[in-house]
Design a protein around this ligand. Structure first.
Ligand SMILES: [Fe+2]
Length: 202
């Protein structure tokens, strides 16, 4: 295994979680829907905890959490750009528009976060010994939360967009009602939205 690249992955994971805290903090100032706000509040707390988990993981592996890597700088840049995009949307004065931008920014940030953890899971499965255990326990701790962050916010983004188009939306999204934690579950939840719309209008 390429250990240098494993280290790079962990540094990027830490930077993604740090950026996530900033993204959620700003996204919360754009949230109009109360249920969405509640959801993001929870995700912000969980993301703060993920920062701790990855920083501890790096230390356990004998790595300095403060060390800079070229990839880390890129991840930080993207995180800042997402925060700037939300601020730009807020300045237009269109509340619902800014909420949509924030939802998209959270999905973008969580897509990278989700990928990191998927890869950390792959590495944990392939490694042996102490480092494998440390990676595995960190992964077990955050995996379900990461799934929820990505799939549920993706559902929110789609339904809020649908609502903004003047079409019937399922809010909170089916992903949330069905407590989706897998890609297959997310696809099924999306498929069931028509059904949910009909049962709600009945
Ligand atoms: Fe996270």
């Amino acid at each position: 295994m390429n250990r240098e690249q494993v280290n790079e992955l962990l540094y990027q994971a830490l930077e993604t979680e740090l950026g996530g805290v900033e993204v959620y903090t700003t996204a919360l100032t754009c949230a109009v829907n109360k249920d969405l706000k509640k959801e993001w509040d929870e995700y912000l707390e969980q993301t703060r905890n993920h920062v701790e988990i990855v920083a501890n993981l790096l230390e356990t592996l004998g790595l300095d959490p403060q060390a800079e890597t070229p990839g880390r700088g890129v991840v930080r840049h993207i995180g800042k750009a997402l925060v700037q995009a939300m601020e730009m949307a807020k300045r237009t004065g269109d509340e619902n528009g800014a909420q949509l931008v924030a939802a998209e920014c959270v999905v973008l940030a969580e897509t990278k976060d989700h990928l990191n953890w998927e890869l950390i899971g792959e590495v944990a499965g392939a490694l042996k010994g102490g480092p494998a255990e440390a990676l595995k326990s960190a992964h077990d701790e955050v995996e379900d939360e990461e799934d929820e962050h990505l799939y549920h916010t993706t559902g929110w983004t789609r339904e809020l967009w649908i609502k903004s188009l003047g079409l019937p939306a399922v809010l909170p999204p089916p992903e949330e009602e069905k407590d989706v934690k897998t890609a297959i579950g997310a696809a099924r939840a999306k498929q069931s939205r028509e059904e949910m719309l009909h049962s709600k209008s009945r």
